[in-house]
Design a protein around this ligand. Structure first.
Ligand SMILES: Cc1cc2nc3c(=O)[nH]c(=O)nc-3n(C[C@H](O)[C@H](O)[C@H](O)COP(=O)(O)OP(=O)(O)OC[C@H]3O[C@@H](n4cnc5c(N)ncnc54)[C@H](O)[C@@H]3O)c2cc1C
Length: 377
């Protein structure tokens, strides 16, 4: 009798979730191919700094055999946290202890480099934009790419982020606007170029709010600082004000007007930035999003449970990836593994997304966040 051939596994999305899944599968002798629409690993800016938590993101990196590498590259000093008021006065200040390792920061690009370098050559196929997944629920499934190519597989893992194409094969849900918008601003060479901003932010992050708007500033590697200017506003607030989002000077003038009651020192975080602003209206999937179970398609990370960016997204994507890969290594069939993974992941993500649903509005609240209030008592 000929042995059963190994399942053909396709991971769509080379973000942290998709890459971690492929890496842990490879460590268990399971081959997967990762498809990503980016032309290559350097095709676009990977964004800012991420904190990886001991109780989820770091667990996944341990299973991936990459935890020591993470600690070698991470910035534990990035755990410093300041809560300021609109004048710049410090309301709360957490300075991490010398051995604090609960949530060190790492630049997103470095994390992706570590994951990519850990994969067998040829695992990631760049320049593959998925257009659709077809085929019966019990498989096999066919992936259809933008260039007309197709690939047949036994399991499709949708790790393709917020606007997932794989998700459409199992769910009608789409992300909805939360009512809160971020505008991203970058500051480079801060030690010499922006000493006032560097001083306000410290080695980690600094937040401030006045009830309608807020700021979240974060130190990144390489002497950069990223600031999110946060507003309760319609998603199209820039064009609704008659402005072109690409006109940095006009957008800056509007922002400085809206933050006119904040101190000059704090307004530097809004107006002294280098380069253009990046508009990021914040969307989320409905809390408790689930889908019709299929043994041939499953989802992880943002594709499964897009939540407001409150520091858990990457951590949950890594944990999902780890649990799915381990389930595939431990069960006899792909169908049993997908069922076991979803039985754990869906209730966990439902609980977290219910907790975070609406919490994005707390970013503009003048109440001290829970952690700061607890520490201040
Ligand atoms: C402004 C902002 C700030 C954030 N800050 C933090 C933070 O500090 N900490 C944190 O934990 N989380 C943060 N998040 C959330 C975090 O970015 C996500 O939760 C995380 O990246 C999800 O990982 P993922 O692997 O599921 O998907 P992604 O990282 O989105 O990766 C998806 C991949 O799929 C690819 N792809 C998409 N569509 C297709 C297609 N059709 N065909 C082929 N490939 C495709 C993309 O190119 C991408 O490489 C933030 C999010 C935002 C918006």
């Amino acid at each position: 009798m000929s042995p059963t051939p190994p399942p053909r596994i396709a991971v769509v999305g080379a973000g942290p979730g998709g890459l971690a899944c492929a890496r842990i599968l490879a460590r268990h002798g399971i081959t997967a191919t990762v498809y990503d629409r980016d032309a290559g690993p350097d095709a676009r800016d990977q964004g800012g700094s991420l904190d990886l938590h001991a109780d989820n993101g770091q667990l996944a990196l341990r299973e991936a055999g990459l935890l020591e590498e993470f600690f070698r590259l991470a910035r534990p000093e990035g755990q410093e946290m300041r809560q300021l008021d609109p004048s710049g006065a410090v309301l709360f200040h957490h300075v991490p202890g010398p051995d604090e390792r609960f949530k060190p920061e790492i630049d997103r690009r470095l994390l992706r480099d570590v994951l990519l370098a850990s994969l067998p050559a040829g695992t990631v196929r760049w320049g593959h934009t998925l257009r659709a997944v077809t085929g019966p629920a019990d498989g096999p499934r066919r992936l259809h790419f933008a260039d007309g190519a197709t690939v047949e597989c036994d399991l499709v893992i949708g790790a393709d982020g917020a606007w997932s194409t794989v998700r459409r094969a199992v769910s009608d849900a789409t992300p909805r606007y939360t009512g809160v918008s971020f505008l991203e601003a970058w500051f480079h060479d801060v030690t010499t170029g922006h000493p006032g901003v560097a001083d306000l932010v410290g080695q980690g992050s600094a937040a401030a709010a006045d009830g309608e708007r807020g700021l979240f500033a974060q130190r990144n590697g390489g002497d950069h600082i990223r600031v999110y200017i946060i507003q309760r506003a319609p998603a199209d607030w820039i064009t609704a004000a008659g402005l072109d989002p690409r006109d940095t000077d006009q957008v800056r003038a509007l922002l400085l007007e809206r933050f006119r009651d904040w101190s000059l020192r704090m307004r530097r975080l809004i107006g002294d930035n280098d380069g253009p602003y990046v508009d990021r209206p914040i969307h989320a999937l409905p809390a408790g999003h689930t889908w019709q179970h299929s043994p041939s398609v499953t989802l992880l990370g943002d594709a499964a449970h897009l939540m407001p960016p409150l520091g858990v997204g990457v951590n949950l994507a890594l944990l999902d990836a780890c649990e799915l890969a381990l389930a595939l290594a431990r069960h006899d069939t792909v169908g049993q593994a997908v069922r076991a993974y979803e039985d754990t992941m869906l209730p966990r993500s439902a609980e977290t997304s219910r907790l975070l649903d609406g919490a994005v509005h707390d970013l503009v609240s003048t109440e001290l966040p829970d952690f700061a209030a607890a520490d201040a008592r």
